[in-house]
Design a protein around this ligand. Structure first.
Ligand code: NAI
Length: 356
C-alpha cells in the first residue's frame, strides 16, 4: 500500500531485508500501533538493495494483524521510502565476520552511507526527519553521514538530526550487571533491570560504561566491575564468534533500536516537547562552533572531540541540551582508566570518518 502524505507517522527502515532490518521491522510492525493514541496511524516503509528479499519481507509483514501499514521499495525506488519520513533507521551495510573489527567495515559501509546521505538530503524534509544510524563503524560513519548531509544542505543544522545508535551497549551493560548481581547472591527486587549509562563511542575501548552511577553496582567487587566493563566493551565479539561467520548481533540490536524508536514516539506525536536518551552525536556545527552552551561545556571535558555519545535531550529541532555534567559525576577510575583511552581512540575514528 503506498504511503499517503496524510498518514501520521512514517518510519523508514533502510537495509530492511538484513538481519537487523528484518527483526527490527517485525518489532515495529507488531508494536508500533500499541504505542500510538487510537486516532494516530503509523506507516512502515522498507527499503533494501536486495530486491527479492525486501519484497518477501514486505509481503510477509503485511499479513500481520496490526494497524501499522507496510510498503516495500527496492533499487532506485528509495525516494518513495524516504519521502515524508519522520524517522529513517539505517541498518544498511555489511556486518562483521570473526577476526574483523568494526573499523574493517569502514571503506565499504562509508560508501553506502554517503550515497544514502545524498538520498536522504534529496527526499527527506531535513527540518523534520530524525536519522538514526545503526551501521558500523558508528564512530566514523556518523561523521561521514553528517558531512554528506551538510554538503547537500548548507546552512541547515542537519548535524542535530543525526543520531548514532549506541543503545546496544547500554542493553548489554544492564544485562551483564543484572547477571553479576544475581551471581553475587542478591535477589532482584523487580523484573526491571538496572539502567547503566554508557558514553563515548561504539567500539572496544571507546565504549565507556558508567557502573559507578548505578545504585547497587558499588556492592560488586572491583574485579567484577572491571570484568563487566571489559565484557560490555567487547560483548559484540561474543556474538560474532558464536555466529562463526554468519554476521554480528541482529536480534539484540533490533531490540535496542526498537527501544530507541519507542522513546521517540511521544515526541513524534507531539505529546511531549522533548525526550531523553544517549546517542553518539555531533557537538559542533558545520562551521566548527559548539551546537549550544551544554555542548561547549562537554567539549571542554573531552579534548574538543566533535562527536561523542552522551545522555541528551531531543526536541523537534533535534539534539538539544547534552549532559555535560556526567563527566564530573563519573568515578576517578572511570575518568582516568576508561575515558582517557576512549578519547584517544575516538579522536582517530572521527578523523578517519571526516577524511573520507
Ligand atoms: P546484513 O548483511 O544482514 O544486512 C544488511 C542489509 O543492508 C542487507 O539486506 C543489504 O542488502 C542491505 N544493504 C546494503 N547496501 C545497501 C544500500 N545501499 N541501501 C539499502 N540497503 C543496503 O547486516 P546486519 O547484521 O543487519 O548489520 C547491518 C549493520 O549494522 C552492519 O554494519 C553492522 O555492523 C551494524 N551493527 C550495528 C550495531 C550497533 O550497535 N549499532 C550492532 C550490530 C550490527
Amino acid at each position: 500500500m503506498p504511503h499517503s502524505v496524510n498518514e501520521d507517522i512514517k518510519i523508514t527502515v533502510v537495509g530492511a531485508a538484513g538481519g537487523i532490518g528484518q527483526s527490527l521491522s517485525l518489532l515495529l510492525k507488531t508494536q508500533l500501533a500499541s504505542l500510538l493514541p487510537s486516532h494516530r496511524h503509523a506507516h512502515l516503509a522498507l527499503y533494501d538493495v536486495n530486491a527479492d528479499a525486501v519484497r518477501g519481507v514486505t509481503a510477509d509483514l503485511s499479513h500481520i494483524d496490526t494497524g501499522v501499514s507496510v510498503s516495500g521499495y527496492e533499487g532506485d525506488g528509495i525516494g518513495g521510502a524516504l519521502e515524508h519520513a519522520d524517522v529513517v533507521l539505517i541498518p544498511a551495510g555489511v556486518p562483521r565476520k570473526p577476526g574483523m573489527t568494526r573499523e574493517d567495515l569502514l571503506a565499504i559501509n562509508a560508501k553506502i552511507i554517503k550515497s544514502l546521505g545524498a538520498s536522504i538530503a534529496k527526499y527527506c524534509d531535513l527540518s523534520k526527519v530524525f536519522v538514526l544510524l545503526i551501521s558500523n563503524p558508528i564512530n566514523s560513519l556518523v561523521p561521514v553521514l553528517v558531512k554528506e548531509l551538510e554538503a547537500h544542505a548548507p546552512g541547515l543544522p542537519v548535524e542535530r538530526r543525526v543520531f548514532g545508535i549506541t543503545r546496544l551497549d547500554a542493553v548489554r551493560a544492564s544485562t551483564f550487571l543484572h547477571e553479576a548481581t544475581v551471581r553475587a547472591g542478591s535477589t532482584p527486587k523487580s523484573n526491571t533491570l538496572p539502567y547503566v549509562p554508557v558514553i563515548g563511542g561504539h567500539s572496544g575501548e571507546t565504549i565507556v560504561p558508567l557502573f559507578s552511577l548505578v545504585p547497587g553496582a558499588s556492592d560488586l567487587s572491583k574485579d567484577t566491575l572491571k570484568e563487566l566493563v571489559h565484557r560490555v566493551q567487547y560483548g559484540g565479539d561474543e556474538v560474532v564468534k558464536a555466529k562463526n561467520g554468519a554476521g554480528s548481533a541482529t536480534l539484540s540490536m533490533a531490540h535496542a533500536a526498537y527501544k530507541v524508536v519507542e522513546s521517540f514516539i511521544p515526541l513524534l506525536t507531539g505529546s511531549v516537547p522533548s525526550i531523553e536518551g544517549t546517542f553518539y552525536v555531533a557537538l559542533q556545527d558545520s562551521k566548527g562552533q559548539p551546537i549550544n552552551a551544554s555542548a561547549q561545556k562537554l567539549l571542554s571535558h573531552i579534548n574538543g572531540l566533535p562527536y561523542f555519545a552522551v545522555p541528551l535531550r531531543v526536541t523537534s529541532a533535534g539534539v538539544d541540551e547534552v549532559d555535560a555534567g556526567i563527566i564530573e559525576r563519573m568515578s576517578l577510575f572511570e575518568r582516568e582508566r576508561l575515558l582517557a583511552p576512549c578519547l584517544g581512540k575516538l579522536q582517530g575514528n572521527i578523523s578517519t570518518g571526516l577524511s573520507l
